[in-house]
Structures are given as structure tokens and as C-alpha cells.
Design a protein around this ligand. Sequence first.
Ligand code: KG4
Ligand code: ZN
Length: 339
Amino acid sequence: MPHYILGIESSCDDTAAAVIADDVILSNVTANQDIHSSFGGVVPELASRAHQQNIIPVIHTALQKANIGKNQLSAVAYTRGPGLLGSLLVGSSFSKAFAMGLNIPLIEINHLQAHIMAHFIRNAEKTGSVPTFPFLCLTVSGGHTQIVIVKDHFDMHIIGQTLDDAAGETFDKAAKIMGLPYPGGPVVDRIAREGNPDRFSFSKPNIPGLDFSFSGLKTSFLYFLRDRLKEDPLFIENNKADLCASMQKTIVDILISKLDKAATETGIHEIAIAGGVSANSGLRSGLYGLGHQKSWNIFIPPLAYTTDNAAMIAVTGYFKFLKRDFGSQADTPYARISF
Ligand code: KG4
Ligand code: ZN
């Protein structure tokens, strides 16, 4: 009999639930919160209220789609952090009550580890390969930008990270400056397809080692547009595709050059990407290109497992379940923590 694990994710503005049979995905359901787009970013109080409304229907749908009754579940895995505390409290409180009611183990999950663990989710046919240890993972999301050496499912070490803004945040801020809706990353990606990535160049940081910095790029983009708008108030409107394509290329170049450096320094050629920005078409194709050139083994998650999802929480829960690494009812969510 497989172990059926229910995964629950509520760290930011997506309410998500998934059911997994060992490492094989049975269902993966996400309710997005459109309410934030008009505010240009996630409003924490609105996010936690929307989680409260969404969590029961989302879990119900995930169980239904998996064709699993709640009494068949072996454990409940939930995101303990990092994330917005009000949002995390909804998922963690529900998970604690649900696990207690069913008298099954509760498993607490680090959201950033889970993004990386998304690479171990299998489909029913078990097609596709999973990375072998040790591998390097570039985790790029709205809140984090890290290069991680993954030695084992739970033995992960950060060898480079952003000193200021995250890559996703940079996409979102650039989009906001251009008057595009939140979250800006997918919108910039879509518009960039029509544009010339070499039309404009923006300043790239000069940070030693494997760390990143994106705040200078954001500021240079802002000042560049401010100057151009003085001469031509329709400058953004008339150059939107080239602006998106050039900005995207700059961010992707920064990410890929550090990943290349990390692969050279560590001698590791198993290379993965994870997190919301790993959905970016420029990053995906850039990595394919470089990986091919350098004979790396490249691991790019299916789109459904790039942005926040509960399948990654469920699969991490499965590997913790195997180790009997259970959480406690006394565990409290954390807003910030690494691993
Ligand atoms: O992993 P994620 O869903 O949430 C966090 O843990 O932060 O990442 C969300 C981030 C947002 O900044 C969003 O704009 C970005 O991922 N993102 C993208 C794309 N899809 C999502 N950025 C660039 N291109 C995309 N296609
Ligand atoms: Zn995330």
C-alpha cells in the first residue's frame, strides 16, 4: 500500500493542496488570489482572509481529484515557513487540526527546501528523470534567490544568495514601473516574446563570489525610464516589448552567469532550477543552451511545479515520512528562516 500524503501550502497568496501516493502525484490544486493585482503586490491581511475562504474547498477538491478519502491519508504535510505569518497561520492551524482529528502524523515543511524537492515529484508513468546527488539548484522566487548544493534530500547548503532584492521581486518591480499588473514576472515574460532583448542595456552588478544583487538594476531601470519619459511621455507604451525583453535578458544573464560560476567552482554538472522564476521562458531556454554547450545534466521543473504549489510540499512530506521526521502540535510558523 502506498503512503498517501496530503500537502498544504499557504505561505503567500496561493492556497494549495495536493495528494501524493509515495512520490507519485495524484492531484495538485491551487486557488490564486486575484484580489492583490489591483494593489500592485500582496496585501498580507487580504491574503490570510482569502486563505481562510479557500482552504477547505481546495483541500476537498484535491482529495476528490485524487479519489482518496481522508481516512486513507498517512500524514498531513504543511508549509511552516518562510512566508507571511498571517497566511502561514491559516495553513498550519488547519493542518494541525486535520492531523489531530484523523490521528495521523503532522509534518512541517520548509518552503524553500520544498521548491527544490519539486524535482522528485513523479508522474503516474514515472517518465522523466530526477537529479542525482550532489546537484546544484538555483532557487529563484519572489522572496529568494539562492544557489544551493543539494547533497541529499535534506542536506542542502546555500553557497550564494541575493544581498538585496530577489529575482522575482526584480521582475515584479520592473513590471510595476512600467504600469503592468502584479505579479509582473509572467506578464514581462509574455510581452518579452515580441521584443528585442538587445535593444536596451541596463547595468549589471559586480558582486564577488556567488552572491547576487538586483537593487542597482532596479534603480537603473527606474532612472532610465524617468529620463526617457521626460522626452517622450509615450516611451513605455511605444517600447514595451523591447523594454520587457531587454530587462528579462539582463536578469537571466545575471542568474545564468553565477550558476555557471558555481558549476565551475564546485565541479558539479547536475544543474537544476526551482521557484516561480524558473517558469521564465528566457531562463529556461538560456539554461538549456548553456547546459547543452557545457554537457551539464539540466533539470527544469514542469510549469505546474515552478510557482507555489502543494505538490512540492506533499513530496517533501513523503521523504520526511520515510524518515519518521514528524512535527508537533507546538510548532509555530516562522516568517524568515533559511535551512
Ligand atoms: O515561488 P513563487 O511562486 O513564490 C515565492 O515563493 O515567492 O514565486 C513567485 C515569483 C513572482 O515574483 C513572480 O513574478 C515570479 O515568481 N514569476 C515569474 C514567472 N512566473 C512567476 N518571473 C518571471 N517569469 C515568469 N514566467
Ligand atoms: Zn515559493
